[in-house]
Design a binder for this molecule. Sequence first.
Ligand code: MEV
Length: 425
Amino acid sequence: MKTSRIPGFYKLSIIERLRLVRDFAELTDEDLAMLLNTGSLQLSLADRMIENVIGVFHLPFAVATNFLINERDYLVPMVIEEPSVVAAASNAAKMVREGGGFKASTTPPVMIGQIQLVDVKDPHEAKEVILGEKEHILEIANSKDPILVKLGGGAKDIEVRIIDSMKGSMVITHLLVDVRDAMGANAVNTMAEAVAPYIEKITGGRVYLRIISNLAVKRLARAECVVPKEVLGGEDVVDGILYAYAFAAADPYRAATHNKGIMNGVIAVALATGNDTRALEAGAHAYASLSGRYLPLSVWEKTEKGDLRGYLEMPMAVGIVGGATRSNPLARIALKILGVKTASELAQVMVSVGLANNLAALRALATEGIQRGHMKLHARNIAIAAGATGRLIDLVAERMVEEGVIRIDRAKEILNELKSRQEVT
Ligand code: MEV
């Protein structure tokens, strides 16, 4: 049985870790070479991904361990510059495992395309006309993507809204498109552009914008977990986390940071798998404000037994086909490590990781604070910046943490001291 529960993974060397991941995900020698080669995104490929390329920018690629989601074990690839996020996700996943793991689900992968119609005499009449032509509008949209339709996706329905704006009433048609395993922006935008002339023709109005909405309320991912109080450190910790949640629910200044903790996990997986992180951020924060107030995306409560239950629901517009998910070789390897078969399964993993990072942050904040854990990693970064290499990185970092002074000048002093001692011995 494959398990993602790998105690002491963080203490292994990169090669030892890689061997374990290779066995878990059946990576090929070529995959391993790609991961070990920091130049694996070829300049020529990068030059085809965006414009005006002058180089390739690298970030650390890690895996979080311990994730059990819907009874299945996952090693979760994460790409991020911030220390502690991967460790926090792994620790939280270990605690959640004790309570049976994450239960995750998704709605069908339906994205919204918006078509903005203005200059109509009677918006209500225009709305009725558009709704009356629904079947033909869907036909035009679907004629643009027969492959998606063959896969069971395609434009499925429309909604029409009348909104008041500073430039008067507008009639906004929502094209609801099941995008299957794609993120969907290309398919949806193509369809929205295709139906626009017909909407102008039947209403006599003028269409301006034809574009996907990143507020993907039809494409939600949900995760739930229960963590036994003993695993968290007692009922006091549960209460601390509930106070943290109450704070976020009452105060947008705190809710923004609470949600940032969730996005730490979500975005790290999105980056690793080549997904559009801006679309996810936009969707998440708009969803958090949908009630008219900016709220925490997750909910935390106490069970009858005094354990902690967490729930996270958010839009999750991610794909496993198209875009950088396939063109970036490392994103392809990340998807292989995950072993997800559909975009919905990837969304379930990502929402679980978001909940895990949220749990880890709230637990740390409600107890010892986050700085102790952060400082250890921060100290290593400062030691490296001061010129430490190999074993000296940990020695310099440990000394700075012990002293409670984590500064580059002190790192240099300790480094010189250690080096001169090495020279003497
Ligand atoms: C830091 O990257 C994330 C936290 O600020 C999240 C939170 O405060 O809940 C620790």
